[in-house]
Write a protein that binds this ligand. Structure first.
Ligand SMILES: [Zn+2]
Length: 161
């Protein structure tokens, strides 16, 4: 069995606490997203197969900018568009850049807008997110303290012999 180092455990604590208030999409929601985007990259139109694992669920608003993990804050993207080209670029600017025709741009823009507006129903208020961050920070610093206490205890225990 793999060892859980304190830093790995910290990441798990963080992920598990944050998923309580901001859960990641379920398999069923991911299926709905694949259907809505017709198994195609929203930016370049590439058809993808779900089982090929080449597709990315691209955050529309990045978590670092206050975006949540709801399915309605994600679009379907190919790995090349999301991973290599778009990175942290705004989705609309990137879509404009990638679109080979104005028609493609307009229809994709509308498609994304209709999808992400459903996010309003599940959006987490900023004040709630701030509180969640505080709770997580507290849990992690308590854990840090416990790690320190445990290491001190080990020191005492090894000196004894
Ligand atoms: Zn693409």
């Amino acid at each position: 069995m793999a060892k859980d180092t304190p830093s790995m455990a910290k990441n798990k604590i963080k992920r598990s606490l944050s998923a309580i208030i901001d859960p990641h999409p379920s398999e069923r929601e991911i299926t709905a997203l694949w259907n809505y985007f017709d198994s195609s990259c929203v930016y370049c139109g590439l058809k993808m197969e779900r089982k090929s694992r080449t597709a990315h669920l691209d955050h529309v608003v990045a978590c670092s900018e206050g975006g949540n993990n709801s399915i309605y804050n994600h679009v379907l993207s190919c790995g090349k568009c999301n991973g290599d080209e778009k990175r942290d670029m705004n989705w609309l600017i990137f879509l404009k850049q990638k679109s080979l025709s104005p028609d493609f741009f307009e229809s994709q823009k509308l498609k994304v807008e209709n999808w992400i507006k459903q996010n309003n129903a599940v959006k987490i208020e900023t004040v709630v997110m701030k509180e969640a961050e505080k709770i997580i920070k507290n849990a992690l610093s308590q854990f840090d303290e416990s790690v320190k206490d445990m290491r001190n205890l080990r020191k005492i225990n090894t000196k004894k012999g």
